[in-house]
Design a binder for this molecule. Structure first.
Ligand code: HEC
Ligand code: HEC
Length: 72
């Protein structure tokens, strides 16, 4: 019985820690990001092999960047 309580609590804590630490960063307010852009323009720099590729653990997303990332 107690083991379920312990495991359940551990899972809940892990979930909270994960959501708190795994937040999408805001767009930096620099020249690259202050002009209006469509999500497909973002991949000109953030696509694979480009200037600033996203990390491999980035959520799979080719558009809708602004669902998660707030603009500068
Ligand atoms: C002209 C190239 C370019 C374009 C276009 C561009 N970015 Fe960036 N972006 C960069 C570079 C270089 C960095 C990292 C350096 C910095 O902080 O500016 C960056 C950083 C970021 C970061 C912050 C990463 C972090 O770890 O804090 C986010 C989020 C981001 N870009 C999202 C976007 C989105 C969404 C778009 C489309 C609206 C976009 N970018 C368009 C070049 C670009
Ligand atoms: C489902 C939500 C979601 C969508 C949609 C999304 N992102 Fe992200 N993005 C994140 C999260 C969460 C992180 C932080 C990843 C981490 O800390 O490991 C992140 C991080 C980044 C970073 C920083 C580098 C990195 O890989 O950690 C850049 C640049 C970025 N996103 C660009 C984009 C662009 C461009 C798009 C649209 C093509 C996009 N994101 C769409 C959630 C999202």
């Amino acid at each position: 019985m107690v083991v379920f309580l312990v495991v359940g609590t551990a899972l809940a804590v892990l979930l909270v820690v994960y959501t708190v630490l795994h937040r999408p960063p805001r767009l930096p307010a620099d020249a690259d990001h202050l002009r209006p852009q469509q999500p497909r323009d973002c991949l000109e720099c953030h696509g694979p092999g480009k200037r600033s590729p996203r990390k491999p653990n980035h959520p799979p997303a080719e558009s809708q960047c602004f669902n998660c990332h707030e603009s500068a």
